[in-house]
Write a new protein. Structure first.
Length: 79
C-alpha cells in the first residue's frame, strides 16, 4: 500500500477479502440459525438475505477501484 494507492482512492484488498469471508460464513450459517425461530419460512428469508449481502459484497469490491482507474468498469461506482 503506497502513495499511488492513496492518490487513486483505492481500498486495501484485505478489506474485500474480510467482507467475502464474513458474507460467506453468514450465508452458510443463517439457515440453521433461522430455522428454530421461523420454521420453513427461513428458506425465503435466506434468499432475501443472500440478495442483500450480494449487493454489500459487490459494493465492497467497488472500493478496490472506485474511480475506474484500473479499467474494471463493472466494479466502479457510477454516480
Amino acid at each position: 500500500f503506497d502513495i499511488d494507492d492513496f492518490r487513486a482512492g483505492r481500498m486495501q484488498l484485505a478489506y474485500v477479502q474480510l467482507v467475502q469471508v464474513l458474507v460467506d460464513s453468514l450465508m452458510l450459517l443463517s439457515p440453521f440459525a433461522l430455522y428454530p425461530e421461523c420454521g420453513i419460512l427461513s428458506l425465503p428469508l435466506v434468499g432475501t438475505l443472500t440478495l442483500f449481502f450480494k449487493g454489500l459484497l459487490s459494493l465492497s469490491k467497488s472500493f478496490l477501484d472506485p474511480f475506474g482507474v484500473e479499467g474494471y468498469q463493472e466494479q466502479n461506482i457510477r454516480v
